[in-house]
Every structure is written in C-alpha cells, then in structure tokens.
Design a protein. Structure first.
Lengths: 177, 177, 177, 177
C-alpha cells in the first residue's frame, strides 16, 4: 500500500514545519505541505478571535467553536479529495482534543493510506523555542506539548528535543511506503 | 442560486488579495481565501524553479510545466470539494493562459455556482505598485496585466487603477447571490 | 544644500512604505529605509506591550511610555549619526504627538539637511486599506490619520488617496536636492 | 565595566537570531537586536543583487562590493552611536571575511565594552537546518559555517549543534557584565 497522506501531529513550536520541509526535500516524489496554519490564514477576521470561531487566550490557550469546526470539516474534506485525486500530502496539525481530534481526522481521510506521526517535544524545550522564534503567542508551546498526544495512536513517533528536523524526517521517510 | 465560489482573476500586483480581504470583511457569511500563492507555498523545492514545475524568469515571466499541472489539478479538485462540502471560497488566481486557464478552472468547479471576476489594472500602474510592494519578481506585473484576461468571460470586472480595494469589493459583493 | 534625510510622516496604512520603496527605485543615489517599525521589531518583549514601553489597545490606539522613549532617543541619535557618516536615509515615521514629535525629531537630526514630507490619507480610505492589508491592528489607521499631522510643518505634502505611491514619490523626488 | 554591545558572529542558519531573542528575554535590562539582515532589508534594489553591492550566487556564496561597504560603514557608525547614547545592542552579524571583518567591526565599536560571541554550528547540521527553514538561499549555511570564524577572537563560544538556543543564551548571559 502506497502512503498517500502523512499526518504530523504535535504542539506549537514542536518543530513540525521544519520536519515537513525536510520530508519534501528527501522524499523521492513531490509532496505538498498543508496545515492548520494555512486554514487559519485563509479564515475571515469574523471567525478569528471570536468565541464561535478560534480564540487565542492571553496564556496561549486556544479555544475552538462551532463556526470554526464547520469550516474545518469542509476544508479537511477538500484536503482528502486532493489526496484521492493523486496529490501526496503532508498535513501539519495540532490535535487540540487529542484522541477525539484523531478520530475526526481519521473520518475525513477514510479510505486513504495514512502514516500517523507523533512529533514530541519536552514542554520546557518547546517553550524556550517559542521564545527563540518570537512569532507565536507565549504559552501555546507549553500548554499543547502533552495534551495533543493524549490517546493518539501513531505509526512512528519522533522527538525534536533529541534529534534534528532532518534526522526526524529520515526516520519518518523510512516508514513511507 | 447561491454563490459558492468567487474567482478573482488578475495579474500579479493587480490587487486581488486586498479585494479578497475586503470581501471577507463585508460579506455577511464567512468566506475563506485560497489562491495560487498558497499552492506555490505548499510545493516542494523540486517543483519550484524547475523546468517541469514552475519557473520564474529574470524578467518576471512565469513558465509552468507538467509536474506543476498534475499537482494543480489535484489541488483544484480538492478546492472544489471544499466548496461542495459547504465552504464558501474566494479563489485568488492568475490565468496565465487566459481563456484556456478559465476553461480548465471551469472544469474543476463543475456544478458549483461561480462568480467570475476580472481584476484589471493598467500595466504601468501595476508595474509601479510592484516596485512599491518590493516583494515580487520585477516584471511579473507588466507581463501578466493584459494576457491573463485574454478571452476570459466575466460576470463582473473591476479596475483597481480607478477604485480602492474596498470599492471594488463592494461592487463585487452586490453580485454575490 | 544636499538633502541628507527624508522624513515621511503619516498615519498607519497611509502608504509611507510603498512611497519609500518607490523613492529608493527612482532616486539616482542609494538611499536606505529605516522606520519606527524597524525599531519596534528590534525591541525586547518586555518593552513591547507594557505600560512603560509601547502598548497597542483594542481599538488601534498606541500609547508610549518612558522605557520606549529612552530607547527611541538612543536609536534616533544613531540614525542621525548614520546620516552624518554619509548614508542617505528615508525615515518612515508616525508622529503620534504631532508637532511635539516633529520637535523631538528635529532635535535628533540637528545640523542635517532634512526634507519633511507629510503623507496624508483620508481616514476612511486608510481604514479600508488597513482591512485590505490584513496585518495591522484594526483602528490604527483611522485613529492616526489626522492627529499625526497636527501642527507639523512640511516641505511637501502628498495625498495617497489621490495619487499612486510612484506618483507621490516623483513629487517628493523633485524636492530632493 | 558594563557590557554595552554583544556581537553574535556565525554563519547563516547557525541560530544567531534565536539566541538573540532568548537573550532579550532573559537579560534583566532591555537590549535591542540589530543585524546585517536589517541592513539588507533597508537597502535599495540597486545595491542588492549588483556587483558593486551585495550579490547572492546560485550556490549560496555572497559577494560584497564597494557600494555596500560604504553604506555598511555609515550604518555601523550609527549603531555604535546608538550604543554610546545608552542603548544596549545585540548585533547579529556574519563575518564573511573572518578576522578582517572583526577588525573592521572593532574599529566601528571603538571605546565601547563589547562581548564577542562565536556562534558555531557544524556545517552539515546548519545545511540541514537551512532546508528545514526553507527561506534561505541553499548553500549559504554550508559555505559560511567555518569561514566566518577564521582568525576571529571570542570572549565566549557556543555551539548550537550541541545546545538549544536558550541554553546558549544562558551561557552568554553569564558573561554579560
């Protein structure tokens, strides 16, 4: 079975995007990168920073309402359709609800061959990297580092606190069929 | 018939993105913004700057090869699926091949209610705005300004050389069913 | 007397940066662009979003405290030193206190040949452009559009509601000695 | 003697900016961050990508001509003046000519108390991080990794291949007087 979708799940500042770019560079065929940040970028202001949409709290907590969920469902349906139409897709995601998020994602990707990857990073390391990046709401890294993995089942897990992005990508690539 | 997709077609630096943001702000329901720039951002380096992918010439000319067309087809299929799943979508595009591009796009969006919008801008004005932006390859604005509209049929056309982005958005919004 | 510094003063989203880039493109000698946004980017988080530093309110109001003023003074002293050392500098500024800001800036630039430029834009137009840009705190454009010009004396004024960035740049360039 | 300037020298993608942001977060007083990237951003197009200015080659090599050197001299004179006026400054630099670059920088900063920091990173690790970042010309990291340190004398050296940005920042902070 040929891998059609790679799902990278990890907290903010865990290093998912760097791994995704390395995967694009080393995998023999072209893969496209899509993620929740792209969806956030596409949203109208009315859905960002509203209770029914996505709200970012002062301490980095992210809450998600029904208006966002409706759009996310349509967006994920489309991403799955891209994969079914032949695009190889690396999805860069943050499972805010852990196992429940994976369940939902599994539904959208039904029938596709998915490689589930956990991108772990010690909360303290992620929090320090969030400071080093300087472009994220402080607190997101620490608050998401462990919760996003709760109950989630993976094909492979990598830890960016112990390996470089390229090393993680190589480990993942060896699981891509 | 309720409008499901708004396609904004215009050359580089014609002002499409600004109009799309204004549309998001004034339309009563949430619309998401997707465009060829998002696809380019998602591509692997092997497809960017290669003869079979997308190549940007020294004078702003853009050439597109088969490797890109294959991915674009899957991507557009997915965008259409998002719209069929209920997302309202503003597509920010550059019809490099004019009528042939519209034909191809029409195919991907089959069955959806589409509002076709031409975003015109005098080549000289667009070229000067390209300098003012400072983040685009010089020459793209002038070389695309007129060719992208050749043979394309619109429901409405706006000219950003004669109206502000918000004014253009208001004119377009009055055609959204 | 050869112009050594061009000060562009205008509210947020009035179009100063676009004019500055056009000036760089059309002026015969090399000019460098520096502005209050560069200073903000250089600041530590402790000075951003603090009462004694720079604080951005929910409605776009900007308040500036002593900790910021101390750093700004050293920064402007350095920018003036660059000009005295031979760099031609376009300063992109927002005179939050109108005439008092100009007075302070005049002090820093003492002995240098300065061209003072007012970049005007109707508050409603600037507010709509702020929406079209999508990367600024909503409300800044409207709240600054007129206050930043109060009591300020210019060598030339341009209005980006009535002319393109390049047209404004040409008008300014004709005053550069 | 109180430290007035911290110079971080290292190749592209060695991690200087992350360390600088961490230093800003942990040092008790406000420090501002300025670097060669800010100067590049401020330059006119005529100085970028020209033989007499700064030219970026296909393999990541950077060549610098007289027109750039003249502006750089004025810019560094101004940065030194900011420090003399009381701003604490972290300079993020790339000593393309190694010892000769340090000599030149030492001249600009004459009379100031400077902490010289070498930011080392194994060329292979830096090259892989360049891929993970995805926003730099490929090859810069590898070509600069070792040459920028040739003959340069430091107060402290850190290695981002063996420590996180925050760990490096803590080591440096303990040397800030």
């Amino acid at each position: 079975m040929v891998t059609q979708v790679i799902v990278l799940n990890g907290g903010s500042s865990s290093g998912k995007t760097g791994i995704a770019r390395c995967l694009q560079a080393i995998l023999p065929r072209p893969w496209i990168r899509l993620g929740v940040d792209d969806l956030l970028e596409a949203l109208p202001p009315s859905v960002l920073d509203s209770a029914s949409g996505v709200a970012f709290g002062q301490r980095g907590e992210v809450t998600v309402g029904d208006a966002f969920r409706v759009i996310e469902a349509a967006w994920m349906t489309g991403v799955a359709a891209m994969a079914r139409a032949g695009a190889r897709i690396i999805i860069d995601d943050v499972f805010l609800s852990g196992a429940a998020s994976q369940q939902r994602t599994r539904g959208y990707l039904a029938g596709l061959e998915v490689l589930w990857v956990g991108v772990r990073c010690d909360p303290q390391i992620a929090a320090a990297r969030e400071i080093a990046r300087g472009d994220r709401v402080t607190g997101m890294a620490a608050s998401q580092a462990e919760t996003v993995h709760q109950g989630v089942v993976y094909d492979i897990e990598v830890d960016t606190g112990h390996a470089e992005p390229m090393g993680c990508a190589r480990a993942i690539a060896s699981h891509v069929a």
